[in-house]
Design a protein around this ligand. Structure first.
Ligand SMILES: NC(=O)C1=CN([C@@H]2O[C@H](COP(=O)(O)OP(=O)(O)OC[C@H]3O[C@@H](n4cnc5c(N)ncnc54)[C@H](O)[C@@H]3O)[C@@H](O)[C@H]2O)C=CC1
Ligand SMILES: O=C([O-])CC(=O)C(=O)O
Length: 348
């Protein structure tokens, strides 16, 4: 029996993500939480004949009529009770002209949800989608630490959309647009602009040197992967950011985490933005590779029964990537510090 929770389930990502989790046969219970409309989304999905039994929760569930921070937490705790995996796309998306860092207002939402998780399901795998991921993952970790339940092996920043974009854009540039899914490109670093570092030199199958050695082609490709989110934000012209591709990305990553944890599948590897303490000996190697003692970084993660089984080193990178890595680390550090230093309004 596997209980999955989506927090932010009524939103642009939350709805299609909840649909995809409803279609995943590993999930037997699907609990949807949002500050609006979660019961409606739950009623809708509940008519699909798959194993997952669906329910929806609002902040004031269990104590009608009040919607203060305490009520919000109570509703979330009801939704989260006994969860095995929690996927979190709760929070405000970007509008044109904004950076992900401008979404730091989501830190408060994340801190409140982290408190509820600490109380309701401290052992759950936590998959953070809410931006800015580079800071919200540290926010989750700090709250969980204060509550004495932090397990770095169970906390994941979801960066899968960067990998999907890398596959799609690489396939298009090499002239194989219909073969996108065969390209696997590790994307390391973080999830914002220059912190997104696609390791094109490690692509499988490898990218032809006619692309890799052509500076303008390669720079354009890297830029498109790093700033792919902006393309969608601009195309949506003020109505939001990537939702459908993100739902697919979130569902793919959640599926891998669940297959490793609950089905015992081995050899499942995917990049994710994690606290490097999840694998202390690998952390040292990674920090040496990146030239800085960052506490968080996205690397290829080997998934297992307890979440993170092993962190893979960045590995061999070429000269172009070495320069990109320097910039990624520079930009990532302040975002991590901002998340670590965040003080939620409520007393933890
Ligand atoms: N990690 C990634 O690769 C990506 C992350 N995102 C981020 O995901 C987040 C959500 O994006 P969208 O779904 O497009 O936004 P949206 O505005 O459509 O949906 C967000 C949902 O969160 C809910 N919400 C707000 N406060 C809440 C709380 N305290 N508890 C539970 N739910 C709450 C809202 O009611 C809404 O239904 C944004 O921060 C966005 O930047 C978006 C795309 C990719
Ligand atoms: O660009 C945004 O704000 C949403 C996001 O993280 C992405 O699409 O990668």
């Amino acid at each position: 029996m596997v209980k999955a929770v989506v927090a932010g389930a009524a939103g642009g990502i939350g709805q299609p993500l909840s649909l995809l989790l409803k279609l995943n046969p590993i999930v037997t219970e699907l609990s949807l939480y949002d500050v609006v409309n979660a019961p409606g989304v739950a009623a809708d999905l509940s008519h699909i004949p798959t194993p997952a039994q669906v329910s929806g929760f609002l902040p004031n569930t269990g104590s009608q009529g009040h919607k203060g921070p305490e009520e919000e937490k109570r509703g979330a705790v009801n939704a989260l009770k006994g969860a095995d995996i929690v996927v979190i796309p709760a929070g405000v998306p970007r509008k044109p002209g904004m950076t992900r860092d401008d979404l730091f207002i989501n830190a408060g939402i994340c801190a409140t949800l982290a408190e509820s998780i600490a109380e309701a399901c401290p052992k759950a795998f936590i998959l953070v989608i809410s931006n800015p991921v580079n800071s919200t993952v540290p926010v989750f970790a700090e709250v969980l630490k204060k509550k004495g339940v932090f397990d770095p092996k169970r906390l994941f920043g979801v960066t899968t959309l960067d990998c999907l974009r890398a596959s799609t854009f690489v396939a298009s540039v090499v002239g194989e647009p219909t073969e996108a899914s065969k390209y696997v490109i590790p994307v390391v670093g973080g999830h914002a602009g220059h912190t997104i570092l696609p390791l094109l030199s490690q692509a499988k199958p490898s990218i032809p040197s006619s692309v890799l050695k052509d500076k303008s082609k390669r720079d354009a490709l890297v830029h498109r992967i790093q700033f792919g989110g902006d393309e969608v934000v601009e195309a949506k012209a003020g109505t939001g950011s990537a939702t459908l591709s993100m739902a697919q990305a979130g569902a793919e990553f959640a599926d891998k985490v669940m297959r490793a944890a609950f089905k015992g599948e081995t050899g499942l590897v995917a990049p994710s933005y994690v606290n490097l303490e999840a694998d202390p000996s690998a952390a040292k190697t990674i920090q040496q590779e990146i030239g800085k003692d960052l506490a968080y970084f996205s690397v290829n993660v080997e998934l297992g029964k307890e979440g993170i089984a092993k962190l893979n080193p960045v590995g061999k990178i070429d000269e172009t990537e070495t320069a990109l890595l320097k910039k990624a680390v520079e930009d990532l550090e302040p975002s991590i510090n901002k998340g670590v230093g965040f003080s939620p309004a409520s007393k933890l």
